[in-house]
Design a binder for this molecule. Sequence first.
Ligand SMILES: [Cu+2]
Length: 235
Amino acid sequence: MKLSPLGVLSVALSFIAAIAIWVVGYYALPNTDTHRNLAENPPILSSVAATPGANGGTSTGTATTGSATTGSTTAATTPSATATPAFYALGAQPKTLNLNMQAGGSQANQGMNFNGFSSGQLVVTVPVGWTLNFNFVNLDPSLPHSLGVTTWADRMSTGTFAPAFTGSIPAAFGGGIVKGQAPIKFSVVANKAGKYALVCGLPGHAVGGMWDELDVSATAKQPTIQTPSGTVSVK
Ligand SMILES: [Cu+2]
């Protein structure tokens, strides 16, 4: 029997088509029908069921990674955002130092402290001629407090407190303010070199340790803030 060229081509195409159908069927049909080894021949991912699963898995992974990254970024930012700002800063005018003094912000010395410091733990040094702008608030829930600048000799007075400079004993010095009251604001021109004291004017407080040191220096070029943690130059 002799086939025509067209017949040979027809038979060849039939074989190719049959092989193609078998291959597609082998991979597309469930394993229970083909009994193929899934370890050697993993399912093709062209079926309707496989595609969303693969995409869904990828999307979930991306979303999780994104959330984790965002979360850690937020966590790293939060502590620095809530860090306590310094209570000292240069003022807007030349040769001025702004001091935000807080009483009772911690219970150190039973709340009788300025920014946590008492009995001279804080030493503020300014060059002579500088102006100090004080902003005093009381955070102590149980006691009134105040702030004034007195002589070194009166730092632990049980009676009166001599003003170290003009206006350095404000009107509210003796009675003080309680928590939540408006701040006591006053400015002092430190026009004479020497050693002075920042004190609370409430009876018994200064002698109880509610005082810190102010040095007005004839040689310093910049203010410094000295605490038990170290000395910071204010620039
Ligand atoms: Cu006080």
